[in-house]
Design a protein around this ligand. Structure first.
Ligand code: ATP
Length: 205
């Protein structure tokens, strides 16, 4: 059975941290493709860029990798989707097993996700483990808890520590600082062309 990775995020904007973990996990787990899924926009929430623009930026940033693709399954909706619903919808069109990629910080939130038990039956998780991000003991405890309580299947892949975030990119752009080597050049061009992230903190566009 073919394996497909999925990685969801606000991607406001997508950066080399997202791209790097996806590529390492794709190779390590033998995935056919990694599908990037930018989230939709919560109604009345204007502190993130529009879903359409985040979708477009994700397309630009992933274009050079033939194993990467972008889905508008969440961004085209007018509300924020729950992962369990996204996965159910995706399973109807993808013939293969889904591997849900998360950062190590997200691992500890999984049990609070809507219908986590149902989600855990539909996918395997892959945690992008940053070295010395947390104690191995804590991680093991959480992994044991999730697999015992929900029969969740969780793979752990070690990735290099690359401490960047979309928050950092937004604040550098707002201050007019360089984001070269933090996001792809084509994405920098797009952001400049459209004049995005010019205000400090989160953009209102
Ligand atoms: P923000 O700064 O706006 O909160 P972010 O950079 O954390 O954004 P998200 O879109 O929220 O980006 O992240 C999607 C997923 O990517 C999350 O599971 C997160 O843990 C993971 N991730 C983000 N940045 C990194 C990084 N530098 N290294 C490893 N994983 C990362």
């Amino acid at each position: 059975m073919k394996k497909y990775g999925i990685i969801g995020g606000t991607f406001d904007p997508i950066h080399y941290g997202h791209l790097m973990i996806s590529e390492i996990i794709r190779e390590e787990m033998g995935l056919e493709k990694v599908i990037f899924i930018p989230t939709g926009n919560p109604p009345h929430k204007n502190d993130i860029l529009s879903a359409d623009i985040r979708f477009e930026m994700t397309n630009i940033a992933t274009k050079s990798n033939k194993y990467f693709t972008v889905s508008d399954i969440e961004s085209k909706k007018k509300f924020v989707s729950y992962s369990v619903d996204t996965v159910t919808e995706l399973s109807r069109i993808i013939d293969g097993k889904l591997y849900f990629i998360i950062g190590s910080d997200t691992l500890f939130q999984l049990k609070t996700w809507k219908k986590f038990e149902e989600l855990a039956k539909k996918v395997e998780f892959v945690v992008a483990m940053r070295p010395s991000y947390m104690s191995t003991k804590l991680l093991e405890l959480e992994l044991n808890y999730l697999s015992f309580k929900y029969q969740a299947k969780i793979n752990v892949v070690e990735i290099p520590l690359y401490e960047i975030s979309s928050t950092l990119i937004r604040s550098r752009l707002a201050l007019g600082e360089s984001v070269k080597y933090l996001i792809p050049d084509e994405l920098i061009e797009f952001i400049e062309e459209k004049g995005l992230y010019k205000t400090n903190g989160k953009s209102k566009k």
